[in-house]
Write a protein that binds this ligand. Structure first.
Ligand code: EPU
Length: 433
């Protein structure tokens, strides 16, 4: 049994050297998918709802998970690594109520700790959460909900301070179906006496897996995975085990790579039932996709067809796959359009693809027209955020010449040692620290 390593999230800035395979369809073999980042982070945070301990299995070994462990340890939780991908979280009697500003500012999911801490300890103070720079990313929905539940809010020295002797169950309509707000309010309501009803909730599968985990541990949550969720709360949960589901965004990212340069490439340990939107786009683009119960097998076609993409909350096309799929569209014969509806700044990466040779016309912050096919040329570039970083890696992979991708720490936040897995199926990517 090892203790969670404390300073492991502070890493030197690393880079990838990527050999371009010049659009050849040569990646062959099996690409295994790890546990879902956006599910495991919420299960880690949910450990605050328990009086004893929880175990998380199939955790991806990514930087955001390590940061969440560090943040929990700083609050007083004992985090122990039981095996490669399993961690146990043991709760202290009382928690510290200040989220460490340096760690909390470095990733968005830190916000989900605020509600459980407020409900459990009557107080929480925290900085504005950080994460990928893809838009404004306000937290007004969270703050409004906590105030409606009875908390008092102060803002001092860039910190939000919330206090409440007792929170009360409420009826709440989300003005936007926010994923982390839905998850945070579910968790908060589990500890509050009374019933909370949430309307216009996000419906992402990660929300359902969180609710299933909490229900199996004794919570009373109904409707998760639909826009209307009811929580009957009032007491701490005792113990629980969370088996992290496969990462549908990682699986989708790999499916896009396979659609560009895969030859019988198998994406293994995934759940195709959570991937309808991306698989539908690939099929419409002319990609040969075979689905099994927990895998997909993909053959890149000689010619890709253009497709129009509009991002949408689940089950629509995920915003997290918008940048990777844009790379695919640069190779389609004809014009495709992209309409990003969730975040304001999620088309910034297109400038770099244009410098690689892509023909992309931005029509405002939300729309782009991609015309193809255009050969891509390798170059030196920087990962702007997690998903744009993966898009650049994909573009570099199919380029005519080699590329250098800096700041790959952004990719490590969500994809575990992605180069090792891609190299096993025929890519040539080296990491340099
Ligand atoms: N919004 C508000 N006010 C709020 C909260 C959100 O206006 O208080 C708006 C946002 O500005 C955005 C929309 O609501 O326009 C939806 O954002 P949401 O809150 O759903 O995003 P999030 O919960 O911060 C999660 C994922 C993101 C993913 C989005 C959308 C985590 C930790 N993050 O973010 O994942 O893009 O849902 O599916 O779960 C990623 O993995 O690369 C990533 C960015």
């Amino acid at each position: 049994m090892q203790k969670n390593t404390k300073k492991s999230s502070i890493k030197p800035v690393a880079r990838f050297n990527i050999k371009g395979i010049d659009n050849k369809k040569i990646l062959n073999g099996v690409l295994p998918v790890r546990g879902a980042k956006n599910a495991v982070l919420k299960a880690q945070a949910a450990s605050l709802l328990f009086s004893d301990e929880i175990c998380i299995n199939n955790s991806p070994l990514i930087d955001d998970v390590i940061k969440m462990n560090e943040l929990l340890e700083d609050l007083g939780v004992e985090v122990k690594r039981m095996s490669e991908r399993s961690f146990v979280f043991k709760q202290p009697k009382t928690f510290k109520t200040n989220l460490d500003p340096k760690i909390a500012k470095s990733f968005r999911a830190s916000i989900v700790l605020t509600g459980p801490l407020l409900a459990r300890e009557g107080k929480v103070s925290f900085p504005h959460p950080g994460g990928c720079v893809i838009g404004k990313r306000p937290i007004d929905v969270f703050l409004d909900a906590f105030i409606k539940m009875g908390a008092k809010l102060k803002i001092e020295d860039d910190r939000y301070i919330l206090e409440a002797k007792h929170l009360k169950g409420i009826d709440l309509f989300f003005k936007v179906p926010s994923v982390t707000a839905t998850e945070t309010l579910i968790m908060t309501a589990v500890l509050i006496n009374g019933t909370t009803k949430l309307y216009n909730c996000a419906c992402e599968p990660e929300i359902e897996s969180l609710a299933d985990f909490l229900n199996l541990s004794g919570a009373k949550i109904s409707g998760a995975g639909t826009p209307f969720i009811t929580i009957k709360g009032g007491k701490k949960l005792k113990r629980g085990v969370f088996n992290t589901p496969p990462d549908r965004i990682e699986a989708g990212s790999f499916a896009i790579i396979a659609a560009l340069c895969g030859k019988n490439l198998k994406i293994a340990n995934c759940d195709p039932n959570h991937m309808h939107a991306i698989l539908c786009v690939l099929e419409n683009a002319g990609v040969d996709v075979k689905k099994g119960s927990n895998y997909i097998l993909i053959n890149a076609p000689s010619k890709l067809k253009p497709v129009d993409i509009k991002t949408h909350e689940y089950p629509g096309f995920p915003t997290d796959l918008q940048a990777p799929v844009c790379v695919l569209l640069t190779q389609a014969v004809g014009s495709s359009s992209i309409f990003e509806t969730v975040f304001e700044d999620r088309l910034n990466y297109t400038n770099d693809l244009v410098r690689m040779g892509a023909n992309i016309m931005n029509c405002g912050p939300h729309r782009a027209i991609v015309s193809g096919p255009t050969p891509l040329h390798g170059r030196e570039m920087e990962s702007l955020d997690l998903r744009a970083g993966l898009a650049f890696l994909t573009a570099a992979l199919i380029s005519e010449s080699s590329s250098v991708l800096h700041n790959i720490n952004n990719i490590d936040r969500g994809y575990e040692k992605v180069e090792e897995r891609l190299n096993k199926v025929g890519a040539e990517i080296t990491r340099e620290n």
